[in-house]
Design a protein around this ligand. Structure first.
Ligand code: FES
Length: 364
């Protein structure tokens, strides 16, 4: 037997050659047995060499070299392909039909070809070990166990092959399923229902009729609010025009108090005017353009920061663009002894109004 494996064509050629040799023997046999020429088949001598697979199978059914023709053994002809393959496994010439050896049937086609390449008669198939798995029941049981644990078909096939070869199959490690990197997990059913509900609500709200009525209602509401505000009068909250500023003793002679400048826009001065010691209240509005002058204690004057007008402690202007003295507001001593200011009345010196007793409160 050569080391190189013969190809299928070579095997077929070999079988044909064997068949042809068998046919030649058959031709010689009738000649030697002349007394009974009608009992020997005439067809083998005239039949050509088998060319197709059917012919090859027929020749194999015939028994190969050394066997009698199929017509002489009609019982062997009905054998199937399995029988033929079994006969090949059993050996070439002189092998019995496969029906006599049913145990060799599980070998595959590759095994059959390997056996043919291996030399035909007497050669055993390379993988013809069907009882390997049966001989190792532990491996078979383990394969069944792993298959029941959720093995894939490929793993089951591998386990079966391992059991067939007699090796113990390794238990499959069942890992928890993990989502693929590019595949998002399926959304929960509750989330899907929520999306469906939101989609239905959005589709209902966004209809043209709903949008039109909503816009109309919003416009009507805005118009109603504007009308209500128009019907209400504008009220300007101002400080009261009359208010009390404490007893006269709170204002020392020669003192200019800026205590009420921020709240009531007045200065309270205790000074002597035209030889009369009195307390009066000056307005903080510059007679030029209405700015608010500052009292400068060191210079004993009111100085307007806008255009530089200056006023004495008495309120008489002496510098800057101010055209006239500061104005006095009404002042009186109330029944409770408190000084009461009345900003609703003004007294102007250029008009001789500072002589009005309502423009000052005499002290001393
Ligand atoms: Fe006071 Fe012009 S506003 S000087």
């Amino acid at each position: 037997m050569s080391d190189s494996k013969p190809s299928t064509n070579e095997i077929l050629a070999k079988i044909r050659a064997q068949k042809a040799a068998a046919a030649g023997d058959a031709d010689e046999a009738p000649a030697a047995a002349a007394p009974a020429p009608e009992e020997t088949p005439a067809a083998p001598a005239a039949a050509p060499a088998p060319a197709g697979t059917a012919d090859i199978l027929a020749s194999i059914r015939g028994g190969g070299a050394g066997t009698k023709p199929a017509a002489a053994k009609p019982a062997a002809a009905p054998g199937g392909t399995a029988d033929i393959l079994a006969s090949i496994r059993g050996g070439g010439a002189g092998a019995k039909p496969a029906a006599a050896k049913p145990a060799a049937a599980p070998a595959g086609t590759a095994d059959i070809l390997a056996s043919i390449r291996g030399g035909g008669a007497g050669a055993k198939p390379a993988a013809a070990k069907p009882a390997a798995a049966k001989g190792n029941p532990a491996a078979a049981a383990k394969a069944d166990t792993t298959a029941a644990a959720g093995m894939s078909p490929a793993e089951m096939i591998r386990a079966a092959r391992s059991a067939k070869d007699g090796t113990a199959a390794k238990p499959a490690v069942v890992l928890p399923s993990r989502p693929l990197p590019g595949k998002l997990p399926a959304a929960p059913k509750a989330a899907v229902q929520r999306r469906s509900f939101l989609s239905a609500v959005t589709a209902t709200i966004c209809t043209p009729i709903i949008i039109a009525w909503t816009s109309f209602a919003a416009t009507a509401a805005a118009s109603g609010l504007a009308l209500a505000r128009f019907m209400m009068p504008n009220v300007l909250v101002e400080p009261p025009t009359k208010f009390k500023i404490g007893p006269p003793t709170d204002y020392a002679p020669g003192m200019v108090s800026t205590k009420w400048q921020a709240q009531f826009n007045i200065w309270v001065v205790n000074d002597t005017v035209d030889g009369v010691s009195c307390i009066y209240a000056l307005s903080t509005v510059c007679t030029h353009l209405g700015c608010t002058p500052n009292w400068l204690e060191g210079e004993q004057k009111f100085k307007c920061p806008c255009h530089g007008s200056g006023f004495y402690k008495t309120g008489i202007n002496f510098e800057g663009p101010a055209p006239r003295p500061l104005e006095r507001v009404g002042l009186r001593l109330s029944e409770d002894g408190m000084l009461e200011v009345d900003k609703s009345v003004k007294f102007q010196r250029e008009l001789g109004q500072w002589a009005n007793p309502s423009s000052f409160v005499g002290v001393g």
